[in-house]
Design a protein around this ligand. Structure first.
Ligand code: PMT
Length: 404
């Protein structure tokens, strides 16, 4: 996703450099535009060094008539080339100019030509923030559908304490990344996802299974598809409609799931194992229904193939994301799975409580990464959890790429 970062002239402008870095860490491409006032607080060179791209500072170039012409229409192409526009810090003056449609510099002109989502992160003195003029301008911008990331409370540069500090760059970057609904950052990836339970037959009419509904895996498939990936979804028996545009392969048993996974491994670049695969099965299933004859019956079960462990051995340079269904010690359980199964990330989720894990519409998880990071994901709808998982997958892709 391409992000246009507009920087206004306030003391918080230095934090926009951190924001540029945080956006890039999330796999986003950043084009910086500085207002005249911003350049009094921070130089274009800082952003050019961080983003590796030319920083735009002027609506009109002065060197030659040819340059002037290309510069005069650059705001149109910049508006078209970017998916999200963020203004941070958005000063009181900038908010007013945006609210009233002024077009007197590159940033405000581009804003008028821009049709995508806009995020505004105001920062200013508390009294300026509280002033009815600022609040009215904010209401205009809110009504226009823009996302306002409100300033935080704290000690301000002017010595006052109160609301006015620019929101933390990581928080802002998360907001921008989450707006990437239309973003295609998984473009070019083929994501292989397993979902749902497996059913292990005991005879032609009975089976062993678990409570997985497939909701988590199907949410992952939908989100990956929307973010531009080609998706192969290998699903155990569930009662969910096939997500649009996804190659859906239906299986019943762990062995069928294993075979389908390895049939499609060659084309995959990312593998996400959210299926709840049965750990044991009956290796010799009777051909006919078992009659109720004995008063007591015991079953001797054999282990099913451990698909995740086998993938860990054969994944090559693919990213392998495992799941861990835990009832306690989320992080410790996930870290040991990460290492023993050679995963790049394990999504540890809480099961055995109402509202998360199996069958529910929401989930709560901890992401344990091979980089050593541990990222808690508070309870949220499964689609949102899926989005956060892919945000981290893309960060991991960049980190591993940079380490090569
Ligand atoms: O489907 P929902 O109702 O939405 O519920 C979602 C979920 C709770 C099932 C899902 O979020 C989840 O936790 N999936 C993994 C469940 C599980 O089997 O966890 P586990 O800790 O037993 O297995 C660890 C990992 O090994 C998993 O990635 C699993 O797919 C994999 N595995 C397990 C056994 C096996 N024979 N082969 C495997 O590949």
């Amino acid at each position: 996703m391409n992000v246009l970062l507009g920087v206004g002239g306030g003391i918080a402008a230095y934090k926009s450099a951190e924001l540029a870095r945080a956006l890039m860490e999330r796999g986003l491409r950043v084009q910086v535009v500085l207002t005249d006032a911003a350049q009094r607080f921070i130089t274009p060179l800082t952003f050019a060094a961080l983003t590796g791209r030319k920083v735009i500072t002027n609506l009109f170039a002065t060197a030659s008539s040819e340059e002037t012409l290309s510069s005069a229409i650059e705001h149109i192409s910049v508006a078209q080339d970017n998916d999200v526009m963020v203004v941070a810090p958005a000063t009181a003056d900038l908010l007013a100019r945006l609210a009233y449609g002024h077009a007197d510099d590159f940033l405000t002109t581009t804003y008028l030509a821009f049709t995508g989502p806009v995020v505004l992160a105001p920062a200013m003195n508390s009294n300026m923030w509280a002033h009815p003029a600022t609040q009215e301008n904010l209401n205009i911008l809110r009504k226009r559908g823009h996302v306002i990331v409100e300033p935080e409370d704290g000690l301000l540069a002017c010595g006052m304490t109160g609301p006015g500090r620019l929101a933390e760059p990581d928080r802002l970057a998360d907001v921008v990344a989450s707006l990437g609904l239309g973003s295609k950052d998984l473009d070019g990836e083929t994501v292989l996802i397993t979902a749902g339970p497996t059913q292990e037959p005991l005879d032609p009419v009975r089976f062993i299974s678990n409570r997985s509904s497939g909701k988590m895996g199907y949410a992952l498939a939908e989100v990956a598809g929307e973010r531009g990936a080609r998706v192969v979804l290998i699903s155990g028996p569930v009662h969910l409609p096939a997500p649009q545009g996804v190659t859906l392969i239906r299986v019943h048993t762990a062995i069928e799931m294993r075979n389908a996974v390895f049939e499609h491994l060659a084309e995959a670049t990312i593998i996400v194992k959210s299926a709840a695969v049965a750990d044991y099965h009956l290796s010799r299933v009777p051909q006919h229904k078992v009659k109720k004859t004995a008063t007591r019956m015991s079953l001797e079960l054999d282990p099913t193939p451990d698909i995740l462990a086998e993938l860990g051995q054969k994944k090559g340079d693919r990213l392998l994301i495992g799941f861990a269904a835990e009832t306690e010690n989320l992080t410790a359980g996930a870290r040991s799975k990460l290492e023993s199964k050679n995963c790049d990330m394990v999504v540890a989720n809480l099961v055995g409580q109402d509202g998360t894990g199996f069958e529910s519409d929401e989930n709560e998880a901890v992401l344990v990464l091979s980089t050593g990071e541990t990222i808690p994901l508070p309870r949220a709808p499964k689609r949102e959890i899926a989005d956060r998982i892919f945000d981290q997958v893309m960060k991991l892709r960049l980190a591993l790429h940079a380490a090569q």
